[in-house]
Design a protein around this ligand. Sequence first.
Ligand code: PMV
Length: 329
Amino acid sequence: MSDIQTQFVKNVLSGAEQNLKDAGSAFAPSNIALSKYWGKRDAELNLPINSSLSVSLGNLGTQTEIRLAEKSSVYLNGELVDPADSFAVRTLEFLKLFPMVGTHFEVRTENNIPTAAGLASSASGFAALVMALNDLAGWALGPRMLSMLARLGSGSASRSLSHGFVQWHAGTADDGTDSFSERIDTEWSEFRIGILELSTARKAVGSRDGMNRTVETSALYKSWPAQADADFQVIRRAIEVKDFPMLGKTAERNALSMHATMMSAWPPLIYLQPESIEMIHKVQRLRDAGLELYLTIDAGPNIKLLFLESSVKEVLSEFPHLQIIKPFA
Ligand code: PMV
């Protein structure tokens, strides 16, 4: 928490009236970026260097309930979290940005995202937290304002306020007021995401430190912002015209380019494991054989497959343990 963040929150809330209730609750979906956010132009306000675009994961995400309390406490999936645990620390630090609501809170969070599957729970976690807070405080803020608040907890959380495809505009203003997310008004009911769980090991370097290291030390990063912006535009267009190969190809190349910037950092950031590489080759082989299958990878070893409903049978025969998500169900 810093003065700059406190001031930013005051700005966002300046037009909102507060009508406090006994408790607030909300659900937010997790999301996977098709064109990635990697690199901050402002660490305190979590302002990204480039715009990004994601797809939300339907009913996979976080349900949060919040109320005022005598003493702060955080529960995760029904169990009280040790106050020294980083999950509780991050949650309660974030809530200190909202003294106009209260000083102590009881927060109950349920994640139905298989945490072992390498899906970011911080995105849906902070999005659900600000939505629940909005409910508790009765501010009646819309997703655009809420996305700016969620962004302070975790960048990708700004894309978890809505279902479907979501774009996060990087913005250019130093005060962060034009960096927000909004839903893209296109449904694509045949769109599928497959989660390939390859490793449950905790990543050695979190995204915050990983991004900073990449921006500071990777020579390849210099070409990233322009590519990320171009990919963002192509993917947005591909969604508009429902051109799946254009979307898949651009998303896969975007993810692998991000990993190239990571690997060229020093010390190198190698999130991919041998199994990840094996799967990248397998997807390429299947594509060469005619299957419309693409992949994306975040800052971890697990692979997310992108395909359409018409390929489900074939994809399942190649990846029998795949967890398939229907983002528009
Ligand atoms: O929001 P963070 O700080 O967890 O960073 C997310 C970074 C990636 O997942 C690698 C990319 C993205 O756009 O979600």
